[in-house]
Write a protein that binds this ligand. Structure first.
Ligand SMILES: Cc1cc2nc3c(=O)[nH]c(=O)nc-3n(C[C@H](O)[C@H](O)[C@H](O)COP(=O)(O)OP(=O)(O)OC[C@H]3O[C@@H](n4cnc5c(N)ncnc54)[C@H](O)[C@@H]3O)c2cc1C
Ligand code: FES
Length: 269
């Protein structure tokens, strides 16, 4: 059963995307970790998987960032402060940083793929001594599709690692890079065998980025990607999210490219 959470804050990110801070009305769910997702229920419409984009210990608050693409996501995007949403979770695997300790870190996002990576970025930024170099590389179709603009500007100016942004189609005000996010790898300094990469975005971007990283010498099991499938139960029971031998709600959504590569190679997600 979903637990009722109240929207305490809403922030428009782009024309079709908004972030929400949710707070339990009464009982709180167990703590979420970066990479995990919730099933968010828009009452009377339905529920969909949405990654946690912020984990706030104060009052057990959660942040989610939702792009309106269909019935449920649009209903969620229309919520405002004081509205109630049902939440189940936490579900799925995590962006594991234990294996990255002592090495270089690449966080690579395409579009709203930065949402699941955002809590990982803050986890890494909070403990810079654990890692060598940290690079956050962000791509989007247009400047208007970039999320968390205020925050990424701070990361770029003052973050402990390098943050770089690129767009496919610039507008008149864009002075940054143009081209695919993989083009930003040229800005990053990293030692491939000791580097862990965290990659999320459209499936075509994940495939191209993971291939490029392995080509540059990263070990496939240290390239972590997040795969999306339609989900229903979120608990490994309905089989709705099956992809090859995996149930992505249980075995994913985050998994190593060593396991994801054959699935990405054989079918479009
Ligand atoms: C583990 C996981 C984490 C996710 N995290 C986020 C998140 O943080 N923020 C967010 O906005 N969305 C996220 N999604 C995607 C989100 O669940 C879908 O956008 C949502 O299910 C669409 O439902 P709908 O009823 O709004 O649209 P529907 O009516 O179901 O679909 C409308 C259109 O969107 C397409 N669509 C449906 N599901 C997806 C999908 N999973 N990916 C891409 N296109 C889809 C359909 O093909 C259709 O064209 C995540 C999905 C998964 C599996
Ligand atoms: S969503 Fe039901 S098994 Fe994964």
């Amino acid at each position: 059963m979903p637990l009722p959470y109240r929207v305490v804050r809403r922030r428009a990110e782009t024309a079709d995307t908004a972030s929400f801070v949710l707070e339990p009305l009464d009982e709180a769910l167990p703590p979420f970790r970066p990479g995990q997702f919730a099933m968010l229920y828009a009452f009377g419409v339905g529920d969909i998987p949405v990654s946690v984009s912020g984990i706030l210990p104060h009052r057990h608050r959660l942040m989610h960032t939702v792009r309106a693409v269909g019935a449920v996501s649009t209903a969620l995007c229309e919520l405002g402060p004081g509205d109630t949403v049902g939440v189940r979770g936490p579900f799925g695997t995590v962006w594991d940083t234990s294996r990255a300790a002592g090495g270089d870190v690449l966080v690579i996002a395409g579009g709203i793929g930065l949402a699941p990576l955002r809590p990982l970025v803050y986890e890494v930024f909070r403990a810079p001594h654990r890692f060598r170099r940290v690079h956050v590389l962000i791509g989007a179709r247009t400047p208007g599709d970039l999320v968390y603009r205020d925050e990424t500007a701070v990361w770029a100016a003052a973050g402990p690692g390098g943050t770089a942004l690129t767009v496919d189609r610039p507008d008149a005000g864009w002075a940054g890079d143009v081209g695919l996010v993989t083009g930003l790898l040229g800005h990053a300094r990293f030692d491939p065998p000791g580097t862990t990469a965290y990659v999320c975005g459209p499936e075509v971007m994940i495939r191209a980025t993971a291939r490029e990283l392995v080509h540059r010498g990263l070990r496939p099991e240290r390239v972590l990607v997040s795969l999306e499938r339609t989900m229903r139960c979120g608990t490994g029971h309905c089989g709705h999210c099956q992809l090859g031998p995996l149930l992505l709600c249980r075995d994913g959504a985050v998994l190593g490219y060593d396991r994801a590569a054959p699935l990405l190679a054989t079918r479009e997600l």
